[in-house]
Design a binder for this molecule. Structure first.
Ligand code: VGL
Ligand code: ZN
Length: 207
């Protein structure tokens, strides 16, 4: 049983959004074109309360992209993004959401950020996505979405840790690239930790 994991295909990560990922919109048609090939499709949704600790605006004197210690964890401060129920937190209207079997929201606890779709960054709380996939009998996952160097990376690494045979659909990912090689480094790290990188869409052969 295989599953497609769509990471954070939300307006705030796309053109005109609060934390726009360059060319983020380009992955939407790729997601739509792949959904039918999978046994199961799940999606993650970044879903922050307005007072979330990852927002620079919630820290006196701080500016976006500075790094602070947030309750013991290193935290990049972001512009306000994906606030619960806001337009920016919605999936793009072009995304074929009827084909998504289940959505897992993350980043709901203001004390800790959550890049992975499985656990928060402190690995204290689970979103339930791992249990859901296991209950459905999924053994292989295929990850794509936004952003390569944050939520995609940590979702794929946790998938490996949880014992899923994990693939990254590279053409379906785009990165923030605060440093220009952040996405390349993220892909290398995923590969080293056991993620199989699918560099061309036509090379997907589902297991
Ligand atoms: C993400 C930064 C903050 C992501 C989410 O989806 O990669 N990045 N929140
Ligand atoms: Zn976020």
């Amino acid at each position: 049983m295989n599953a497609l994991i769509l990471v954070d295909l939300q307006y705030d990560f796309c053109k005109g959004g609060a934390l726009a990922v360059p060319q983020g919109n380009q992955v939407i048609p790729i997601a739509n074109s792949l959904m039918d090939d999978f046994d199961l499709v799940v999606a993650t949704q970044d879903w922050h309360p307005a007072d979330h600790g990852s927002f620079a605006a919630n820290h006196w004197w701080r500016k976006p992209y500075q790094v602070i210690d947030l309750h013991g964890l290193s935290q990049v401060l972001w512009p306000i993004h994906c606030v619960q129920d806001s337009f920016g937190a919605m999936f793009l209207k072009e995304l074929n959401t009827e084909k998504i079997d289940k959505v897992f929201q993350k980043g709901t606890n203001k004390e800790v950020d959550s890049y992975s779709g499985f656990f928060d960054n402190g690995r204290r709380q689970s979103t339930g996505m791992g249990d859901y996939l296991k209950e459905k009998g999924v053994d292989a996952v295929y990850v794509m979405g936004l952003a390569t160097d944050y939520c995609v990376k940590y979702t794929a690494l946790d998938a490996v840790d949880l014992g899923f045979k994990t693939h990254l659909i590279l053409e379906g990912c785009r990165g923030v690239n605060l440093k220009e090689d952040d996405s390349d480094k993220a892909v290398k790290e995923m590969e080293e930790k056991g993620v199989e990188i699918i560099r061309q869409l036509e090379n997907i052969s589902l297991v």
